[in-house]
Ligand binder design. Structure first.
Ligand code: GAR
Length: 198
């Protein structure tokens, strides 16, 4: 049966667009919701323009009350009945309770070759370390940040003169190839990692 995919974003949503555009024809999944913690996220309008249902709950009034924020978003999510949740540039940490509720069904894309550089500023850290290559990882979300079984990685070379922004742009292109490839495989029930060379 076709899987239903909810995509969580915080910003422009270029990964979300790559995922939505991939889910056509014989693809084993279809988008059922694009959700954002920022009602002004540019990706919401882009998703709506493609005919995907959208919802937003502003996380700011909840302060550090992550569970309160999640309780407010849950009705939107439950109404969409997702089989899979794909975090795509979603910049909020989910509680252990939320992760347990959708255990094994939440994916995340992270802009580094995990286990290197969990957290923020991944590209600046890769450059500061003198790494010869960088990349991105799609993994199953567990309660530990940027951890969990790896479902795919794409490698890109670090080039002379790279700045964090230039490297980020090159990695983002790789993200747009990797995430749709992983989602297609995962939705078909195949968890073998997708490995894309640089
Ligand atoms: C992407 O590079 C994604 O890997 C990163 O945010 C960017 C979102 O871009 N995610 C994280 O850093 C998660 N910790 P997008 O909104 O254009 O997809």
């Amino acid at each position: 049966m076709t899987k239903r995919v909810a995509i969580f974003i915080s910003g422009g949503g270029s990964n979300m667009l790559a995922l939505v555009r991939s889910m056509t024809g014989g693809h084993p999944a279809r988008p059922c919701l694009v959700f954002s913690n920022d009602p002004g996220a540019a990706g919401l309008a882009r998703a709506a323009a493609l005919g995907v249902p959208v919802a937003a709950v502003d996380h700011r009034p909840f302060g550090r009350d992550r569970a309160g924020f999640e309780a407010a978003l849950l009705p939107h999510l439950e109404a969409a009945r997702p089989d899979i949740i794909a975090l795509a540039g979603f910049m909020r940490v989910l509680t252990a309770g939320f992760v347990a509720r959708y255990e094994g069904r939440i994916l995340n894309i992270h802009p580094s070759l995990l286990p290197k550089y969990p957290g923020l500023d991944t590209h600046a850290r890769a450059l500061a370390a003198g790494d010869a290559e960088a990349g991105c990882t799609v993994h199953v979300v567990t309660e530990k940040l940027d951890d969990g079984p790896v479902l795919g990685q794409a490698r890109v070379p670090v080039l002379p003169g790279d700045t964090p922004d230039r490297l980020a742009a090159r990695v983002l292109e790789a993200e747009h190839r990797l995430y749709p490839a992983v989602l297609r495989r995962f939705a078909a029930g195949d968890r073998r990692p997708v490995l894309l060379p640089g």
